[in-house]
Structures are given as C-alpha cells and as structure tokens.
Design a protein around this ligand. Structure first.
Ligand SMILES: [Cu+2]
Length: 123
C-alpha cells in the first residue's frame, strides 16, 4: 500500500490522508525515478524539519510531565504550522522549477494536475 501513486484517483480520501511516510518522501518522485528539484533549498528544509523534530520531542515531554491539556494543544498547533511552512516552501520550489520545466517541455497539464492534487491533500 505504500506504493500508491500520488494524485491518482480518489485524492483526499481518509485512507490517503494517513498515507505512510514513504508517500511523503515521494512528493516529487511519483514515477519512482524522479527526484527533488536540485534547486530546492534542502539545507533550509532540513533545518526546519530538525526544529520540528525537537518540537515533537517537546510534546512527548509535555505529555510525560502531564502538562495542562491546552498548553499541549497549543504546542500541537505550533508543530502543525511549522509543517505547513515546510510544505509551502517545497511547494514553492516545486512550482518554480519542476512545474515550470514541465510547462516549457509541453507537459504542463500533467504537472499542474499533480500539484493541484497534492495541494488538495494539504488543505
Ligand atoms: Cu519538484
């Protein structure tokens, strides 16, 4: 099941929303041969992801320490916002490079459909 294509068929079903990590890794690799655009600022993406990792560990600590529910929920919201920022950064880079390249080489419709399908999942 971790091998499902992105953007094909029933986009946005609850099963897809809980897709495994491998699915996320494959955002720009739907054909299993494509890779992230070399123009992506991977340093910045990785820095953000490491910070989020720390935030999630902080959440675990808060639960272990039985911190007040609303304080934990506020931290959950912060992690979600941080993940959204990662998604937006990658989406921007993907659109400027992968999608633009596809349009220039005559495959724009496919690339646009793919990016819109993933945007629907992000909403
Ligand atoms: Cu891309």
């Amino acid at each position: 099941m971790s091998d499902q294509p992105i953007g094909g068929g029933a986009a946005g079903s609850s099963a897809e929303r809980t897709a495994p990590v491998q699915d996320v890794r494959a955002q720009c690799d739907t054909a299993h041969t494509r890779r992230m655009t070399p123009h992506a600022d991977r340093k910045k993406l990785l820095a953000r992801l490491r910070r989020i990792e720390g935030q999630v560990r902080g959440l675990q600590r808060m639960v272990e320490e039985e911190r007040y529910c609303v304080d934990v929920l506020i931290q959950v919201a912060a992690v979600r916002a941080a993940l959204d920022a990662v998604a937006l950064q990658l989406l921007e880079q993907h659109t400027h490079h992968c999608v633009q390249d596809a349009i220039r080489s005559g495959n724009g419709d496919e690339a646009i459909d793919e990016v819109l399908a993933v945007v629907k999942r992000l909403l």
